[in-house]
Ligand binder design. Structure first.
Ligand code: MG
Length: 210
């Protein structure tokens, strides 16, 4: 994993069917949160360790984009983004439900160690070309999620502009852009394979700690 990654910005509820499956309202503006860089782990075939004593963990497959340079107002996505990956935004769902109920920040549910798993980086093919490629997640050889950038509620230019305006955006930042429907639980020993256009870009095996 390159040490050069600076900020990890994530978008919640950015696909209609996923918002509905968790009984959440569709947001009016992008719903942003961040993860610490300690959350990063590469999906390179290795075992990834998660807490086994914090309730249910769920997978959320997402397109992830790497920012190449400082944001300037009006810059085109194709000039700002240089690489992409498939990420899994792992979530301690029971913890998140409890935090949401209390009106507390999500960070303990979303920012735990190894919770931002990403495949090796690929060259960004351009925003238009991205629409030709579905991304998907297989769990133990069975497809569990499939999405396409076309179906985002807030498209990538909007997410970028909104992030830059409110949080700042520059070289080395990455953005998880939200998950399509089909999220579900993680069990000890699960094998996750992240795909772009049905080609595996990376995989990992989950080990739950005792
Ligand atoms: Mg997510």
């Amino acid at each position: 994993m390159p040490d050069s990654i600076k900020n990890i910005v994530c978008v919640g509820r950015n696909y209609v069917q996923h918002a509905h499956e968790l009984n959440n309202a569709v947001p009016q503006t992008p719903l942003l949160f961040t993860k610490p860089t300690h959350a990063l782990a590469e999906a390179n075939g290795r075992e990834i360790i998660f807490p086994g004593d914090r309730g249910q963990i769920q997978y959320e497959v997402e397109l992830v984009f790497h920012i190449a340079r400082e944001y300037e107002l009006g810059i085109k996505v194709d000039d700002l983004v240089d690489q992409m990956a498939i990420g899994i935004d792992f979530t301690l769902r029971d913890v998140q439900t409890e935090l949401k109920g209390k009106g507390y920040p999500w960070v303990l549910a979303k920012g735990f160690i190894n919770s931002a798993v990403i495949t090796p980086w690929q060259p960004f093919p351009g925003l238009k070309a991205m629409m030709n490629f579905d991304f998907s997640l297989d769990k133990n050889g069975q497809e569990v999620q499939r999405g396409n950038i076309k179906n985002m509620i807030f498209d990538l230019p909007t997410v970028i502009e909104y992030t830059a305006k409110h949080l700042g955006l520059g070289q080395g930042d990455i953005i998880f852009t939200g998950t399509p429907a089909g999220v579900g639980p993680v069990f000890d020993g699960d094998l996750f394979s992240s795909k772009l256009a049905d080609k595996e870009l990376g995989n990992c095996i989950i080990k739950l700690s005792k």
